[in-house]
Design a protein around this ligand. Structure first.
Ligand SMILES: Nc1ncnc2c1ncn2[C@@H]1O[C@H](COP(=O)(O)OP(=O)(O)OP(=O)(O)O)[C@@H](O)[C@H]1O
Length: 368
């Protein structure tokens, strides 16, 4: 990347109190002005990354850079980074204006400038006119916006958001997803958002980092991660997947479920063991004669927009199908799919090798 990364981690390992590492040799570079999401199950180290960037803790090993400057031990208040916490951490005894003004008062900014900047921040989050309101009189979504105003009033380069939507009900949560994304684009600042909700990550991010057990498993755009997961963990964590064991037969040919299929993957070794992913929405129900694979319908659920149909092939693999067509439980049916719907994962492939391999296939062949 041409520009100096806004944030860079270089082989960062973090250990708390002599226990095993909660971050293991993590490296990445973030660009200015993008919306990044750290996504992963509870305890995988997402918040630890935020705390290292904010300066609440220093790395056990490795280096952290902000705008090219090493900041391993730079105090939090000297970093151009602000955090929006999960519970917003607002002061209940102060009104909206004073909550947003708090950091500026500590920094002894002049009164007139405080007024101007707080006003600007509140306008930015659509809370102009709410200055005198008590926090207790604000709704969940409004409190969220006060917390964001309090972060942006300092004009930071980077805003860290630690599961900020998790306290909201589903409808408000969806509204705030749009709002946050739109706010980030208007501000043009780097946002680093932590969540364990894959739908939230897919909807909001320019780039997602999928984490597991203190490591980044894969990084990429939401579409990259969804269409081309690097391994079983990522494929399972993002969306619903059918994942079965298979082996390469030759270039563009892969075997699974006792048959050989055309795929778009090449450059793997003949007979190499692989894992094969097909998304449920890429499987189409048809007659046995017309299908590429013969299966028996095991269960069927109506999900409103589609039927969720669980089927079994002759070797006992389960194939979940999302279909607008109904099937009969117990019926023998055919499943049809395009060669591009098959995603082949090598076992234990590094992210670098994986990216290079996909790149070598060319964009057209791997696009659905
Ligand atoms: N101060 C601490 N002392 C000891 N262990 C800690 C400390 N903070 C976090 N941990 C441990 O480090 C691991 C990673 O925690 P972290 O908060 O980064 O995970 P997370 O992915 O943000 O999880 P969650 O989604 O549950 O917040 C966990 O096993 C946690 O118990």
């Amino acid at each position: 990347m041409a520009e100096t990364p806004i944030i860079q981690f270089n082989k960062v390992t973090q250990t708390y109190d002599g226990a095993g590492p909660v971050l293991n040799n993590v490296s990445f570079e973030l660009e200015r002005g993008k919306f990044y999401t750290l996504l992963g199950p509870s305890g995988c180290g997402k918040t630890t990354i935020l705390r290292l960037i904010a300066g609440f803790i220093a790395p056990t090993q490795g280096d952290i850079f902000i705008k090219g400057k090493k900041v391993n031990h730079l105090p939090a208040n000297e970093r151009q980074v602000n955090t929006v916490f999960q519970d917003y951490a607002l002061f209940p005894h102060l009104n909206v204006f004073e909550n947003v003004a708090f950091g500026l008062r500590i920094k002894k900014v002049k009164g007139a400038e405080i007024s101007r900047r707080v006003q600007e921040a509140l306008e930015f989050v659509n809370l102009a006119g709410y200055e005198k309101r008590e926090i207790a009189e604000m709704s969940g979504g409004q409190r969220q916006r006060v917390a964001i105003a309090r972060a942006i009033v300092n004009d930071p380069e980077v805003i860290l958001l630690d599961e900020p939507l998790s306290a909201l009900d589903l409808k408000l949560r969806t509204e705030m997803q749009y709002e946050l994304r739109e706010l980030q684009q208007r501000l043009g600042k780097t946002f680093i958002f932590v969540t364990h909700d894959q739908e939230e990550a897919l909807a909001m991010s320019d780039e997602i980092f999928v984490m597991n057990a203190g490591e980044i498993q894969q990084s990429g755009t939401p579409m990259d991660i969804y269409d081309e997961p690097i391994n079983r963990f990522v494929a399972d964590f993002i969306g619903e997947s059918n994942i079965v064991e298979g082996e390469m037969a030759a270039d563009y040919r892969v075997r699974f479920a006792n048959k050989e299929f055309q795929c778009v993957d090449r450059g793997l070794n003949p007979n190499e063991k692989v894992e094969v992913v097909i998304r449920p929405e890429d499987l189409e129900i048809t007659s046995v004669a017309q299908g590429k694979m013969e299966v028996v319908v095991d269960t069927q659920l109506f999900r409103g927009v589609h039927f969720e149909i669980s089927t079994l092939d002759e070797v006992g693999n389960e194939w979940l199908v999302h279909s607008t067509k109904k099937a009969e439980v117990g019926a023998r049916i055919g499943l049809d799919f395009e060669p591009e719907a098959i995603h082949v994962m090598r076992l234990n492939e590094t992210e670098e090798a994986f990216d290079a391999r996909l790149e070598s296939y060319g964009a057209e062949s791997h696009e659905k």
